[in-house]
Design a protein around this ligand. Structure first.
Ligand code: UDP
Length: 239
């Protein structure tokens, strides 16, 4: 299979066509952005780490029966995935209050939620990804009621699987963002990446942040934190 023309360049990845219909080629970049692109930097090695971390999580989910776009990791920065059309929704699932939820509800960061919370954000850079509800999603025709129910059910299943897997590695899954897409046949599929860029991971003993908050909040050692996540997942070391 060959890499063909570039279709899209996002903040953290590039998407290419391939010589095989139905398959895309992803390239993970070192670019980091936060606050809707207002803060930008290059984090050396981030693309390599996220490619490997995301491959581990998506393979695990596949093994556990959560079908997703991941096909295989083909190099340190590249993955082959199934072609989907991304639904412009950021699906955030939370176990512990942090970030925008802590701010919105005035809760102290670290407050445990009595049950997981799923939130929808409309993926639109110009609007700054506003939070929306089920009715907005239906009115915008982003997904049907049935599809949305399926997305929520899958997100909660992913939460259960990842929470347990990470707990065994002394990590707390605070919250995470998923994206879904549709295949040419109209089949709903989990897509995008699952990495320290898109999740909050805290060390269960020290509560140290091992995710993109180190970049957002200028806490330093961003690459070390991503490396530590990969180490705990049993991935290959990168220096
Ligand atoms: N998140 C993401 N992309 C975004 C916004 C959020 O991957 O554009 C992830 C973020 O890493 C965190 C979760 O979604 O794991 C919840 O983020 P939150 O709403 O607290 O927003 P933030 O604090 O990042 O502004």
């Amino acid at each position: 299979m060959d890499k063909r023309e570039q279709l899209y360049e996002g903040k953290a990845k590039k998407v290419f066509k391939t010589s095989e219909p139905g398959l895309f080629w992803l390239e993970y970049k070192d670019d980091a952005t936060a606050f809707n692109g207002a803060k930008r930097a290059q984090i050396t090695g981030k693309g390599v780490l996220n490619n490997e971390i995301s491959s581990i999580f998506l393979s695990l989910l596949k093994e556990k029966g959560i079908d997703n776009h991941f096909v295989k990791r083909i190099s340190d920065r590249e993955q082959v995935v199934r072609e989907v059309q991304i639904i412009p929704l950021e699906v955030v699932t939370r176990n512990i209050a942090a970030g925008s939820l802590a701010k919105r509800l005035g809760w102290e960061e670290g407050t445990r939620l009595s049950r997981p919370v799923v939130e929808w954000y409309y993926k639109d850079d110009e609007l700054g990804d506003p939070m929306i509800n089920d009715d907005h999603i239906a009115a915008l025709e982003l997904a049907t009621v049935k599809e949305l129910a399926q997305i929520k059910e899958t997100s909660l299943k992913v939460n259960d699987i990842l929470k347990e897997y990470l707990a065994a590695r002394n990590l707390i899954l605070v919250d995470f963002k998923l994206e879904f897409g549709k295949t040419a046949e109209g089949h709903l599929l989990l897509a995008d990446e699952i990495s320290p860029d898109t999740c909050r991971f805290w060390d269960a003993t020290t509560m140290e942040k091992l995710d993109k908050d180190r970049f957002r909040r200028d806490l330093g050692n961003v690459e070390d934190a991503y490396q530590e996540i990969l180490r705990r997942l049993g991935g290959e070391a990168h220096v």
